[in-house]
Each structure stands twice: as structure tokens, then as C-alpha cells.
Design a protein around this ligand. Structure first.
Ligand code: ADP
Length: 511
């Protein structure tokens, strides 16, 4: 094998080898005579146009390869050159290939003239720039878009030199639209903390993974910070080397202000909530203490008033008896109000925990009903109980069920003047149901949804004003729910009312 030193060295100044070299290039190398006839075309160039050199040689250039609508103009330029004017050395023109496709060529020309100065021949080298122009157009289009977006768009070289900064970006960082970017470095457009994020986190991450997104900030010319949401993209060349970095950043100050407002409002809410909770604690504590303090002296007032009224401490006349009786009843009403308030305070402060224990159903119902029978008897109304015959041992908070029943049966007697009150007890699956039904004044339907609200009382023109506090039913409902059950009311106005208490229960024995 010959060593390279043995090969003939081509002479770069030999026109034949030069033409040969050009002929192999992916361009059109072509000579025309004064009549625009093709006298020479290289094979690669002819192939670009879809022909062989033999097919083109001898043919008129304008008629064969120039699109019809350009032909007249091109010919005029050529004709002017014949008589004296120089052909433009560089120009672009459209060329039509054999298949009819139009492509764009960039030409370099040189021409020779005869002794009389007339054009003798031209030699042209043409490069197909269709693809390059398409890319340039797309680039122009993208740059136009970047120029008009309100976001900052920029590109820089891997070494940090800024290549491009769009209109919005220049406005943001205070660089004039026509000012060269070379003296600037990207880091100086960021406050130091954000420059650190970009340099230490954003760019390394984008280089490794393609892109990075995060919150940073830019500096205005006056030094104020503009928070942005920024995307950094790393671009690599065909060999994989990082060639440049581009970025888009959107001003988020408006969003940040809104977020700050939400955060501030949230903080205020949390603080208001805390204050409310404290106020509520204080109120509950006050209520519980005061109720205790009031109950003790009130019990002795009731006790001693009863003794004096009934003549146990010496004789009283009829008027004294009547007045002492009023004191006695008012005190009892006051006591029941305080008891209700105490119950409510206990429930609301969470001090009324459920204490389940085993108990026998009948032995809970009997004393509850009997405690209220004197009141029913005094009004001349019936008080009837229907309950299962068998002995049922249940596991639940007996005291709370009893408290609810006392309130429901007490109300039924209170609001019934004729007829009676029926208490129906039955077991349904895992629940025990207590229905307290009366033949009393009833409850107008529009009041039913509010019955269980605290202090709610039904005021009616046709009956005496309600006696009580309006707390009993709300306490009963709270207790029922604590036990995992429910309490509902239904009524036919003027005829009857039925309250249904449903409590889940564990049966430990039955006989
Ligand atoms: P109160 O202490 O006023 O009885 P409750 O909370 O126990 O308070 O009852 C609220 C209101 O519901 C009562 O004021 C009364 O108007 C009405 N109500 C309760 N039970 C009955 C009933 N069985 N019949 C008619 N109205 C009733």
C-alpha cells in the first residue's frame, strides 16, 4: 500500500482539478453562453435539478429551469448584461426542477466578455437554500412571537454570554431595546439568592435532565425584585455538547400578592378562632361554676319555703300560704332553668362523658314514669306504658336515657290537657325505640325543624305561653347523639305529638 507521501499531490491552481472538485460538490456549477444556452453543468448539480448533464447541455436555461412567472424579469437582467451592465455577482432566484418543484437557489456569478465588451459566457455556482430559508422563516416567526410575549424570553451561551433577550425581558431588567447585550451577564439580572438558585440548581438540573422549572426572581433597574416562575431549557448540539441555554420567566407578583392576602386572612382567622375558643372556654367554665353556686342556696330556699308553706314551722294563714306557694313554684322553675344550663355547660365542655353500664330495662322505665305520674294525675290525664314482657338486660348509659325520657314525658304531660300520654318501648334489631306520644296541643309543622335549637319555644296565640326554658329538647338531642342514637319529632297540630328516641344497644341477657 503506497504511503501518503507517494500519492500525487493535486495542484490547487489547476483549473481542471478545481472544476472537478466543484463538480462533485452538492451545488450547481454551470456555464451559459451569451444566448443563455447551458454549455456546461456538473453531474451533481444536474442531479439536483432532476437531470443528467447531457439532458441539460445545449438547452436554454430560462426556458428549462426558470419558473414562468420569473422568466421575463430574469431574461431582462441577462440581456442588459450582454450589452454592458454587470450581472449581479450574488443573487437569489427560484429554479424549477424536472418534477415541477420550485426550489430557491443562491447564486455566485462571474462572466467573461469578448474584445468588444459583449458578454461571452457566465459561470455560476448555485446552492439550494430552500431548507435554510424555511428554517430562517421559522426562526423569524419564533423570534417575533418571543418579542411580543409579556414573559421574559432569553438565550445564552453555555459560558454565560447572553445571545438574546426579548422586548419584555429588556424592559424588565432595564436594558434598552437597541443596546448590545455583550457587556451584560445573566447573573447580574438576578438578586444574589436567585442567581444562586439558577447557577447551582437550575442550570445543572436542566443540563442533566433537559429542563428545570422553579420560582426565582429578577431585578429591575431600580433594584426592586420581581418574583417569577422560571423555566430553563438546555440545548445540546448534534454531538451532545451543551451549546446554549434558553429561559422563559413569568412575573408572578400579582399571584404572590393574592397568596400573601390569603395567608394573612388565614392567620387572622386562626387568631380569631383561638380567641373565640378561649372566650368559649371562659364562658363554659363560668356557666358551670355559677350553676353550682346557684343550685345550693336555691335548694335550701325551696326546701325551707315548702316547710313554712305547709305549716311545719308554725301556722300560716291562707294569704301567706298562697304567696309562699308562688315563691315555692318560682324557685322550682328557677332551679330547673339552672339544671338545664348546668347540663348544657357540662355537655358542651365535654364533661358529660358516656358511662355505659348494665341495667334492666323495666327497672329503669318504672321509676322514670312514676316520678312524673303525680303531674299527670294532677292534670287528670292518663299515663300509659307499653313495653316488652321479657326481662332485658342492656348495656348503655342508663342515666342519660332516663334524663331524655324524663324531658320527653315531662313535656308531653306539660303540653297535654285532655286525653293522655303513651310511652311505647320496643326493640328493633340492635336499637331500642322509645315513642312518647300525647294527645295534647300539638306543634305547628313550621316549628318542627327548629324544635331542637337551644332556647327555642313555640309561641301560640291560642294557648298559654310556654313554660320552661326551651333547652330541654336541645339537651335531649345532644345526649341522644352522644349515645349514637337519634331523636325526632312529628305532630298533627292540635291533636297529638310524637317524639321517637332511637338508641343503639348491646343486649347482654334476656329472659
Ligand atoms: P321547654 O322547656 O320550653 O319545654 P323544650 O326544649 O323541652 O323546652 O321544648 C321546646 C318547645 O317545644 C316547647 O317550648 C314547646 O313549645 C314545644 N314542645 C315540646 N314538647 C311538646 C309537646 N309534647 N307538645 C307540644 N309542644 C311541645
Amino acid at each position: 500500500m503506497p504511503r501518503s507521501a507517494d500519492l500525487p499531490i493535486p495542484d490547487p491552481f489547476d483549473p481542471v482539478s478545481l472544476l472537478e472538485l466543484l463538480g462533485q460538490a452538492n451545488r450547481v456549477v454551470m456555464a451559459l453562453d451569451a444566448a443563455a444556452t447551458i454549455t456546461f453543468i456538473n453531474p451533481a448539480g444536474a442531479a439536483l435539478l432532476g437531470y443528467t448533464p447531457a439532458e441539460l447541455t445545449g438547452r436554454n436555461w430560462f426556458e428549462t429551469c426558470v419558473p414562468e412567472d420569473d422568466r421575463e424579469k430574469a431574461r431582462a437582467v441577462f440581456e442588459a448584461a450582454i450589452t454592458g451592465e454587470d450581472l449581479p455577482r450574488r443573487f437569489e432566484s427560484r429554479v424549477v426542477t424536472r418534477s415541477g418543484e420550485q426550489v430557491l437557489f443562491a447564486w455566485e456569478n462571474t462572466s467573461t466578455r469578448d474584445a468588444s465588451g459583449r458578454l461571452a459566457a457566465t459561470l455560476g455556482i448555485g446552492t439550494d437554500i430552500t431548507e435554510r430559508r424555511r428554517i430562517e422563516r421559522a426562526h423569524e416567526w419564533l423570534t417575533g412571537l418571543a418579542e411580543f410575549t409579556p414573559d421574559l424570553v432569553a438565550a445564552m451561551q453555555a459560558d454565560g454570554e447572553i445571545l438574546y433577550l426579548n422586548r419584555a425581558g429588556r424592559e424588565l431588567v432595564g436594558v434598552r431595546q437597541d443596546e448590545p447585550l455583550k457587556p451584560y451577564s445573566f447573573e447580574q439580572f438576578h438578586p444574589s439568592w436567585a442567581a444562586r438558585v439558577v447557577v447551582e440548581e437550575g442550570i445543572p438540573w436542566a443540563s442533566e435532565h433537559g429542563s428545570w422549572a422553579g420560582d426565582t426572581s429578577f431585578l429591575r433597574a431600580d433594584g426592586t425584585e420581581v418574583p417569577v416562575s422560571q423555566v430553563i431549557v438546555a440545548h445540546r448540539d448534534a454531538t451532545g455538547v451543551l451549546s446554549y441555554i434558553s429561559t422563559i420567566a413569568r412575573d408572578t407578583s400579582a399571584v404572590t400578592v393574592a397568596q400573601r392576602d390569603v395567608r394573612r386572612l388565614n392567620d387572622e382567622l386562626v387568631e380569631t378562632n383561638r380567641q373565640l375558643r378561649t372566650a368559649l372556654e371562659v364562658e363554659k367554665g363560668f356557666l358551670a361554676n355559677m350553676s353550682h353556686e346557684l343550685r345550693t342556696p336555691l335548694n335550701s330556699i325551696i326546701g325551707f319555703t315548702g316547710i313554712v308553706r305547709d305549716g311545719l314551722a308554725g301556722p300560716v294563714n291562707e294569704e301567706q300560704h298562697r304567696q309562699l306557694d308562688m315563691v315555692y313554684h318560682s324557685s322550682r322553675r328557677l332551679l330547673s332553668l339552672i339544671n338545664d344550663l348546668l347540663d348544657l355547660a357540662k355537655i358542651e365542655s365535654g364533661r358529660s362523658a358516656v358511662e355505659a353500664r348494665e341495667f334492666e330495662l323495666k327497672s329503669m322505665i318504672a321509676p322514670t314514669v312514676e316520678a312524673l305520674r303525680p303531674e299527670a294525675d294532677a292534670k287528670g290525664i292518663e299515663l300509659t306504658v307499653h313495653q316488652p314482657d321479657e326481662r332485658l338486660i342492656l348495656h348503655q348509659d342508663c342515666d342519660k336515657i332516663e334524663q331524655i325520657l324524663l324531658n320527653l314525658i315531662g313535656n308531653a304531660i306539660k303540653y297535654t290537657n285532655e286525653g293522655g300520654v303513651t310511652v311505647e318501648v320496643r326493640v328493633e334489631g340492635d336499637d331500642i325505640i322509645f315513642e312518647v306520644e300525647d294527645t295534647g296541643i300539638g306543634i305547628p309543622p313550621q316549628h318542627i325543624p327548629y324544635l331542637f335549637n337551644k332556647f327555642y319555644q313555640v309561641w301560640r296565640e291560642d294557648t298559654a305561653k310556654p313554660q320552661g326554658t326551651g333547652l330541654g329538647l336541645s339537651i335531649s338531642l345532644e345526649l341522644a347523639e352522644r349515645l349514637g342514637g337519634s331523636l325526632t319529632a312529628e305532630s298533627d297540630q292540635g291533636t297529638r305529638t310524637r317524639f321517637t328516641l332511637c338508641i343503639p344497644i348491646t343486649f347482654t341477657a334476656a329472659s
